[in-house]
Design a protein around this ligand. Sequence first.
Ligand SMILES: *[C@@H]1O[C@H](CO)[C@@H](O)[C@H](O)[C@H]1NC(C)=O
Ligand SMILES: *[C@@H]1O[C@H](CO)[C@@H](O)[C@H](O)[C@H]1NC(C)=O
Ligand SMILES: *[C@@H]1O[C@H](CO)[C@@H](O)[C@H](O)[C@H]1NC(C)=O
Length: 187
Amino acid sequence: MAPSLILSSLFTLILSSLLSSPALAEPNATHHPRHPHRHLRSLHFSLFQHETINKTGYFIVPGVAGPGVSQTTTPFGTMFVFHDPLTTAPDRASKLVGTSEGTSITSGLDGLRSISIAKISLRLRNHTGSLSIVGGTHNVKPSNHPIVGGTGDFLFVQGYVTSSPVDLVGITVVYKLEFHIYWPPYA
Ligand SMILES: *[C@@H]1O[C@H](CO)[C@@H](O)[C@H](O)[C@H]1NC(C)=O
Ligand SMILES: *[C@@H]1O[C@H](CO)[C@@H](O)[C@H](O)[C@H]1NC(C)=O
Ligand SMILES: *[C@@H]1O[C@H](CO)[C@@H](O)[C@H](O)[C@H]1NC(C)=O
């Protein structure tokens, strides 16, 4: 074979292998649906969290700066740990369907904001398992906490939990938790 023919067949070989490689193929439009979330399974509901100081929630590490402990503020660096009941209505005597256990560390120099981590265990009519949430919490305004995952019937879920103060007066404070849970297609 003439050297030029060897070169040209080599070139053809390389070119055809490049063209048939998946990386260079035309993207298949069916992999990019226009509305990818239309058929996601989801669940939306609200519960109420009851936190009683020195009973279901304790200050573990005192803060070091900023305002003192009040109904709405805690000093910067305060570490609080809780294990609170979750009920279906604002009334503590309403049906108990879960617990929220976690910690919050005051990270706002104004004493109003903290970083919260929680494991929320749920026993709902059709779903049992836990959700793990993490995010910033504002003491007097609603906060969105991204759901980073779950266990049991909530394995692989994503979404968010909006936490809003309902009653901050007295030794038991009440928060409303609004759950927006989405199962990815592979769950
Ligand atoms: C995309 O891929 C699917 C499944 O592999 C195939 O049936 C379809 O014909 C492809 N569409 C195009 C435009 O190549
Ligand atoms: C909670 O316990 C701490 C430490 O014993 C005490 O200083 C604080 O006053 C208690 N708070 C309430 C609201 O009972
Ligand atoms: C619970 O599951 C049953 C059977 O799968 C279904 O009929 C019912 O609508 C579900 N209830 C809720 C609140 O999702």
